[in-house]
Design a protein around this ligand. Structure first.
Ligand code: 2P0
Length: 321
């Protein structure tokens, strides 16, 4: 065993994951498609230490809140079970994503943790194995193991990992409207949607169809078609979530204003489509050549950051201090 450090980037889904077939194994109801970004990385060091009596987890230099520590412990237990050890670890993580703001901090977080922990505990895993492991921490983390465009398969534990797929050239303009924590966690809202939303079954069916259509657009290199599918898929997901009981609304007035502006940008001739995860922030999909025009148009709505395709989670040399 040794200290190991990994860096991972968040991903934004073009066809979303929203609903589980099996919560214990974190198997999704449907496959999903995402782009790993080149902004907002999480860097995590895992240092097994036989003198510790329990895992210690610091996030951005301070002791992590109890629920976050518990999730990390449960994840490390999976790694230790495979490694045949009960040695606790010191975990230090630095997050540059606004945590809990619906910008996939759990994806970069568990992708970095999976890569660092499997190296620290000497598990010999290839990319699909690492993606399956990261999935156990947080479903969307499975996709942050992949460079750029990633397809995360539904199916059994063996089958449910992410792998790279061909993609048209693409950029994403992230518009951060509010960086505060969200009202309901995506994990809880996902369960509530599945149990109470009358639209859940329709959502699952339509997401499977959207995935096939999106993969076909990817193969054809057709960003306009891919964007259209992504915007519609996002709005269908939010419709299903909003129809839960009690309702959950992630989109705010500012989010809707960005969707409206993006529609206008299309009327002005740009290829721009909007998507939003479990939070108010909106991400706009466009060709790299149009990213600066889109970013300028969205600057009045919030803090804008242009991202391109980023690398899958990987080990790095410098530990988190
Ligand atoms: C996605 N989201 O595909 C969707 C769209 C948010 C909205 O995956 O319970 O944190 O840890 O497996 O991965 C957020 O859900 O949920 C998510 P868990 P996760 O990106």
């Amino acid at each position: 065993m040794r200290a190991a450090t990994a860096r991972a980037y968040p991903n934004i889904a073009l066809v979303k994951y929203w609903g589980k077939r099996d919560a214990a194994w974190n198997l999704p109801a449907t496959g999903s498609l995402s782009l790993t970004l080149d902004v907002f990385p999480t860097t995590t060091t895992v240092e097994p230490d036989p003198t510790l009596t329990a895992d210690v987890f610091t996030l951005d230099g301070v002791a992590a809140p109890a629920p976050a520590l518990e999730r990390v412990r449960r994840f490390l237990d999976l790694v230790r079970e495979r490694a045949g050890t009960d040695t606790a670890a010191r975990v230090r993580s630095v997050n540059t994503v606004p945590t809990g703001a619906g910008l996939a901090s759990s994806a970069s977080g568990f992708a970095a943790l999976a890569v660092a922990a499997s190296a620290a505990y000497d598990l010999d895993l290839e990319r699909p194995g690492l993606s399956r492991l990261a999935r156990r921490g947080s479903g969307s983390a499975a996709r942050s193991l992949v460079d750029g465009m990633a397809l995360w398969h539904a199916g059994t534990d063996e089958e449910s990992f992410a792998e790279p797929v061909a993609s048209p050239e693409v950029a994403m303009v992230v518009t951060v409207l509010e960086a505060g924590p969200k009202p309901v966690s995506s994990r809880e809202a996902m369960t509530r949607t599945a149990l109470t939303s009358p639209y859940y079954r329709a959502w699952v069916e339509s997401a499977s169809q959207s995935l096939q259509a999106a993969l076909s657009a990817c193969r054809d290199g057709d960003l306009d078609r891919l964007g259209r599918i992504a915007e519609s898929n996002a709005l269908r997901m939010h419709a299903a979530i909003e129809a839960s009981d009690p309702p959950v609304r992630y989109l705010r007035p500012g989010s809707i204003a960005v969707f409206d502006r993006v529609e206008q940008l299309r009327e002005e001739g740009l290829c721009a489509y909007a998507t939003a995860d479990a939070g108010p922030n909106v991400v706009v999909i466009c060709p790299p050549s149009e990213a600066e025009a889109v970013r300028t148009a969205l600057a009045p709505f919030g803090t804008t950051v242009t991202a391109g395709p980023g690398p899958g989670a990987a080990l790095i040399a410098e530990p988190v201090g």
